[in-house]
Ligand binder design. Structure first.
Ligand SMILES: Nc1nc2c(c(=O)[nH]1)N[C@H]1C(S)=C(S)[C@@H](COP(=O)(O)O)O[C@H]1N2
Ligand SMILES: [Mo]
Length: 201
C-alpha cells in the first residue's frame, strides 16, 4: 500500500513486476461483475472486462499507448511513464454503478485532472473535459466516452488513476489509465482512457 513505510514500498516495487503479467493475463479471462463484493482484480468488482469491451492488450502496451490531451494551447502526448513522472496524488473513492452495486472506498493514485488541464493551457480555471476510451465496441457504446463538468475537473480528488490499492491498475479496471471522480455515477469513471479534450462542452 502507498501509505505504509519505505520497507514495504521497496517490497512492493520488487514483487509487482513479477506479478504484473500474471495479473493482466488472468484479468483478461475474468468474468464481469464479480458475484461477491471484493471479487475481481485489484480486490474489487468490475463492470465490463477488457475482453468484453474489445480492448486489445497490444494497444495498451508501453510502445503503443499514449494519452492524448487536447486544450487551449494545443495537444500533448504522454506515455504512461511520463504520466507516472508527473505529481501523483491519492484519493479514497468508491465506484457506484447505477446497475445496483457499489464498492467500498478504493485507494486510487494518479494525476489530478486539474493538473492535466493545466498542461494544455488551463492553469487557474479548469473547463469541462470530454474523456474518450480506447474502447470501440462491446457493451454500451455510451460507456466509451464521458463528459465531466468543470467542477469535477477542478476537484482535487478527481484523478486519472494509474494505480489502485497499491498495485498497477489491472487491465479490467482500466489499465493504462482510468478516470475516478467523487460523488458521480460509476459510468463517468472511464476506463482505458486514450484522449482527453479540455474546453467548454
Ligand atoms: N471504457 C469503459 N469505461 C467504463 C465502463 C465501460 O464499459 N467501458 N463501465 C463504466 C461503469 S458503468 C462503471 S460502474 C465503472 C466500473 O468500474 P470497474 O469495472 O473498474 O469497477 O466503469 C465505467 N467505465
Ligand atoms: Mo456502472
Amino acid at each position: 500500500m502507498w501509505f505504509v513505510g519505505g520497507g514495504s514500498l521497496l517490497l512492493f516495487a520488487t514483487t509487482v513486476g513479477q506479478n504484473f503479467d500474471v495479473l493482466r493475463r488472468t484479468a483478461l479471462l475474468a468474468p464481469h461483475g464479480g458475484a461477491e463484493p471484493g471479487g475481481g482484480p485489484n480486490g474489487f468488482q468490475i463492470n465490463k472486462t477488457a475482453a468484453y469491451a474489445g480492448i486489445d492488450a497490444a494497444e495498451t502496451g508501453r510502445d503503443a499507448w499514449r494519452l492524448v490531451v487536447v486544450g487551449r494551447t494545443g495537444t500533448v502526448r504522454l506515455s504512461r511513464a511520463q504520466l507516472a513522472g508527473l505529481p501523483l496524488h491519492s484519493s479514497a473513492l468508491p465506484i457506484a454503478c447505477v446497475e445496483g452495486w457499489s464498492t467500498s472506498d478504493q485507494w486510487w493514485r494518479g494525476v489530478r485532472l486539474r493538473d492535466l488541464a493545466a498542461l494544455v493551457g488551463y492553469e487557474d480555471d479548469p473547463p469541462d473535459v470530454l474523456v474518450e476510451s480506447l474502447q470501440r465496441h462491446g457493451g454500451h457504446g455510451a460507456f466509451r466516452h464521458a463528459a465531466l463538468r468543470a467542477n469535477q475537473v477542478a476537484d482535487p480528488r478527481s484523478l486519472l488513476a494509474l494505480y489502485v490499492n497499491g498495485e498497477e491498475l489491472s487491465l479490467d479496471h482500466g489499465y493504462p489509465a482510468r478516470v475516478i471522480v467523487p460523488a458521480a455515477p460509476g459510468v463517468l469513471n472511464t476506463k482505458w482512457v486514450a484522449r482527453m479534450t479540455f474546453g467548454d462542452l
